[in-house]
Write a protein that binds this ligand. Structure first.
Ligand code: SAM
Length: 570
């Protein structure tokens, strides 16, 4: 059995070669660890936050003098890990105690629920529960409640809450208005409401308009393709002396306008802002402009951006967007410029490429895959679908599958899937999107080295941009392995073209995709697979959805599984 001392030395983790799961299993028999060390562990472990927060909560609640502040600290950690279930656990434990939660506690609890898209629970924790405990929710509680509803696109609810917040003695603040503007901007024809709220903000003395609300208004106009209005709004506030408001448009403001306008006008705005030194060096607005040019197939103009006015790192974001603009315009095979190795210093991807080409015979796919894994084990870790994730990925494939992968990185999973398709008798194809042009370049080189270029197409650019072009075909399988925060939006955009597709979402627990979980809950038939992160002692959950499946997994089963996995160990 472990001694409690082990728990108290986060800096020496792992202790005596013991695995963190062992510690969780042994913990109930141990003497209670020191609370501060527990918090330290939660922080220290970082990416294990979800599990550690659960562990921490239980440990705290067993300590008689457990303080509310420390409980809140744990709650905030849980919130950062999007483990809203941890919050519920803490709440259950606290309800058995004599010390009453305060407003800060309720607001932390509400944030944890909100981060997971659990808006009803968030409203309860932020507004109803404190009222029941004779604590009056304040404007911060209201703003958080509005954010919770805005995250799940409940714009009408957000507007109702704004009206309620206006009744508070301190009235709604700029954050409340920003939430309302963002919420309105998310729905079709919501731009009028967004604009009306902005006008309300600037016509009244309170709350003082801020750049967040301003950018939210511009974004609403951009989404509704009201570029003329976006331009006149920016013009109005570009000059502080004219607008008489302490508000300076920032890079996000110019990004919104560059995305909204026809590209020649967007270019004009950015050049003008740069001339007036209003636009700080930074790739954001230029990258948006290059993407816009891509959508308009203006690849020559996008290319010119690289030799023109952009300051800073040309191999960064803007360069990737220019690559997308060229590729979407048809330059996939022979781009007029290639990745310059000498400018990509110490790139992990290029180290991998060198490692492979000096060890693997051309055309040997199996050896290449094995050598990528060797590189990840011996040289630098790679976030690829190795180990149990690889087995899962291969197991779902059927002969001739057309696979769409979002998140290619160096092409490991794409090659893995091709290996499986070949074993299933050949046929099928993988299209894989990668926003990072350097990773995509290396992926293509590795794919060529493996002799799989006929079976895999790498598309450089944001998955969302490619989906918008409608050029990705109708997939049988969709792999979500790009960015958890984007999963639900990209899946929604894919829905018209993926009616019968099986979907796999990776990294749902770590780094986590709470809004995606909320989105798929009860909407899809779900199977949950607990898998280890490749070469890491860290559990993750992958979701496999199959619309043809007879077994519709309800949220309850999902919850049971999630809590059950950890609960069994604690
Ligand atoms: C976890 S890695 C993918 C690993 C790969 N599927 C494998 O297992 O070999 C995630 C990749 O997604 C890319 N990415 C992130 N956001 C993206 C987006 N919105 N569109 C396309 N790619 C994105 C990242 O640059 C990164 O290379």
């Amino acid at each position: 059995m472990l001694s409690p001392h082990c728990h108290m030395m986060p800096m020496e983790w792992p202790v005596n070669g013991l695995h963190w799961q062992d510690l969780l299993v042994d913990s109930p028999e141990c003497a209670m660890p020191d609370e501060v060390a527990q918090i330290g562990l939660v922080v220290e472990i970082g990416r294990q936050q979800t599990l550690w927060a659960q562990f921490g909560v239980r440990a705290h609640c067993r300590v008689p003098e457990c303080s509310l502040r420390k409980a809140i600290t744990v709650l905030r950690k849980a919130s950062a890990a999007s483990a809203w279930r941890v919050s519920s656990l803490l709440l259950d434990e606290l309800s058995m105690r004599s010390w009453p939660p305060d407003v800060v506690f309720w607001s932390s609890l509400g944030s944890a629920y909100s981060g997971a898209g659990k808006w009803q629970l968030a409203l309860w924790a932020l507004l109803e529960a404190p009222r029941a405990a004779h604590l009056e929710p304040n404007v911060v509680s209201y703003s958080s409640a509005m954010t919770a509803c805005e995250r799940v696109s409940l714009w009408e609810m957000v507007l109702n809450l704004l009206v309620e917040a206006e009744q508070l003695p301190e009235k709604a603040n700029a954050f409340s208005y920003s939430s309302a503007i963002v919420a309105c901007g998310q729905v079709e024809s919501g731009w009028q409401r967004a604009l009306a709220l902005w006008s309300q903000m600037i016509s009244a003395s309170q709350p003082s308009p801020n750049v967040v609300a301003f950018n939210a208004t511009l974004t609403a106009l951009e989404r509704a393709t009201c570029w003329q209005l976006a331009c006149s709004l920016l013009e109005q506030f570009e000059d502080q002396t004219r607008s008489n408001l302490p508000l300076t448009p920032d890079a996000l403001s110019y990004s919104a306008v560059a995305t909204a306008c026809p590209w020649p006008l967007g270019l004009w705005w950015l050049l003008r802002a740069r001339e007036k030194r209003e636009l700080k060096a930074g790739p954001g607005p230029w990258s948006c402009l290059a993407r816009k040019m891509g959508h308009d197939r203006a690849w020559q103009e996008a290319l010119q951006l690289l030799s023109g006015p952009i300051e800073g790192d040309r191999l960064g974001e803007v360069w990737c967007s220019v690559m997308w603009a060229m590729e979407v315009s048809g330059f996939t095979s022979e781009p007029p410029f290639r990745v310059r190795r000498d400018r990509v210093h110490q790139s992990k991807e290029f180290s991998l490429l060198d490692f492979i080409v000096t060890r693997v015979p051309r055309g040997d796919l199996s050896a290449l895959l094995a050598t990528v894994k060797r590189f990840a084990g011996e040289k630098e870790w790679l976030k690829v679908a190795g180990g149990s994730k690889a087995r899962l990925l291969q197991a779902v494939l059927r002969p001739g599958d057309r696979i769409l992968e979002l998140g290619c990185f160096v092409g490991f999973s794409a090659l893995l899937m091709v290996q499986r398709l070949r074993r299933l008798g050949g046929g099928g194809k993988v299209i894989t999107c990668e926003v990072n042009a350097v990773s995509a370049f290396v992926a293509r080189e590795l794919i060529r080295w493996a002799g799989a270029e006929a079976e895999i197409e790498v598309r450089v650019g944001l998955a969302g941009d490619w989906i918008a072009t409608g050029q990705l075909g109708v997939p049988d399988v969709v792999i979500l392995d790009h960015r958890g925060a984007r999963y639900h939006e990209d899946l929604l955009a894919l829905e018209p073209m993926r009616e019968h597709a099986r979907i796999i979402a990776d990294n749902v627990l770590s780094p986590g995709a709470p809004l995606f979980l909320n989105f798929v809950d009860e909407r899809y038939a779900i199977a949950i697979h607990e898998v280890d992160e490749f070469l890491r002692a860290r559990a993750d959950w992958d979701f496999f959805t199959d619309p043809c499946s007879q077994c519709l997994v309800s949220s309850w089963a999902l919850q049971l599984k999630l809590i059950g996995c950890v609960g069994a160990a604690v």
